[in-house]
Design a protein around this ligand. Structure first.
Ligand code: SF4
Length: 104
């Protein structure tokens, strides 16, 4: 028979694992672009435009954000939105990548 404290501990671990799994599923459902995604790395994508590599991208300006990019498909005021370069995923409106083009 399992000691009660060990059993309680194991139940907590199982619960924590289930919660972690659920949060991972939610993150995948949201489909947020990760900075470590190979395509994101190739484009110098950052979730925060102020973190852009200005040495590598000297034309970057802090005023350039996904929310003001021609390829951004989110609504004004939304925190995240789809981007034509990252099909099926969301980028933050304050993000940036080297493909930024001023919204017409
Ligand atoms: S293409 Fe535009 S909207 Fe898409 S990640 Fe780059 S800056 Fe953001």
């Amino acid at each position: 028979m399992t000691h009660p404290s060990r059993r309680t501990f194991m139940m907590c671990i199982a619960g924590a694992s289930a919660a972690l799994g659920a949060s991972q599923v939610l993150a995948q459902a949201a489909g947020a672009v990760s900075e470590t995604d190979p395509q994101a790395v190739a484009l110098g994508f950052k979730t925060d435009t102020t973190k852009a590599d200005t040495a590598k991208y000297p034309k970057h300006e802090a005023s350039q954000m996904c929310g003001g990019c021609q390829l951004y498909q989110g609504k004004a005021g939304d925190a995240t939105g789809p981007c034509q370069l990252f099909a099926g995923k969301l980028v933050p409106s304050k993000g940036w990548c080297s493909a930024w083009v001023k919204k017409a």
